[in-house]
Design a protein around this ligand. Structure first.
Ligand code: SAH
Ligand code: DHB
Ligand code: MG
Length: 227
């Protein structure tokens, strides 16, 4: 019999075990996390196992163009950039110029700066501008910025997606907080508005998978839009 699932301590220990053998993050990724911490930025990047998951999803669909909402230090950006072909592109949107600066350094150190671009500004504005300028046909979108605006990011990035493209949204379970319908926590409220939206969209096929690991108990929503 396997032991009862227990605790954060155990989830982190299993993540560590898996990282060494299966995920195999490298020096550039470790350095991206270290420089993010050294800059006083929060330790909220995806875990190594989650980064590898994003990388594998991108490869599974043969993604050539990826859009990310929420860059931080570029950790998830590097994982996804590494899934791209030589002429691929990842554009990552970030509101904080300091974060963008750290991310650009990390992308360059990881040797993916020719594939990756960080655009500074509120993502609502950047996405609106991209749609107005006809920039589009992304294969994959990863939404991981402020949680209150998740539904708006989903709607705007849907317009930038190729038919049948994939949108992945981070932090949709929030330690089970998603069940709190009181509206007190604006992050949870954003996730719940997003789920209410998904329920109304016939051309979107989606699921939410709960996760545990070094980042606690949370989850991803995966959606295929149209096609
Ligand atoms: N995807 C990253 C983590 C992103 S953390 C990784 O896994 O490595 C969330 C980021 O979103 C932060 O850097 C924050 O500054 C940024 N952000 C918050 N609000 C935003 C907004 N309105 N527009 C764009 N970026 C925003
Ligand atoms: C937070 C944000 C994230 O994107 C995440 O993955 C974990 C935590 C936060 O703002 O607390
Ligand atoms: Mg996140």
């Amino acid at each position: 019999m396997s032991p009862e699932p227990k605790s954060q301590e155990q989830w982190s220990a299993v993540d560590e075990y898996v990282n060494g053998l299966v995920v195999r993050p490298d020096a550039a990724l470790d350095q991206a996390l270290a420089s993010t911490a050294a800059a006083g930025m929060p330790a909220i990047a995806v875990s190594a196992a989650q980064g590898k998951l994003l990388h594998l999803y991108a490869r599974m669909i043969g993604a050539r163009r990826i859009l990310e909402v929420g860059t931080l230090g570029g950790y998830s950006t590097i994982w996804m950039a590494r899934a791209l072909p030589a002429d691929g592109r990842i554009i990552s949107l970030e509101i904080d110029p300091r974060h963008a600066e750290v991310a650009r350094t990390n992308l360059s150190r990881a040797g993916v700066d020719h594939l990756a671009e960080v655009r500074i500004g509120p993502a609502l504005e950047s996405l609106t501008k991209m749609a107005a300028e006809g920039e589009g046909r992304f294969d994959l979108v990863f939404i991981d910025a402020d949680k209150a605006n998740i539904p708006e990011y989903f709607t705007l990035s849907s317009k930038l997606l190729r038919p049948g493209g994939v949108i992945i949204v981070d932090n949709v379970v929030r330690n089970g907080g998603v069940l709190d319908g009181s509206g007190k926590d604006p992050n949870v409220a954003g996730v719940r508005r997003f789920n209410d939206l998904l329920a109304t969209l016939p051309d979107v096929s989606a699921t939410t998978v709960q996760t545990v690991g070094s980042k606690g108990y949370d989850g991803f929503t995966l959606a295929i839009v149209g096609g």
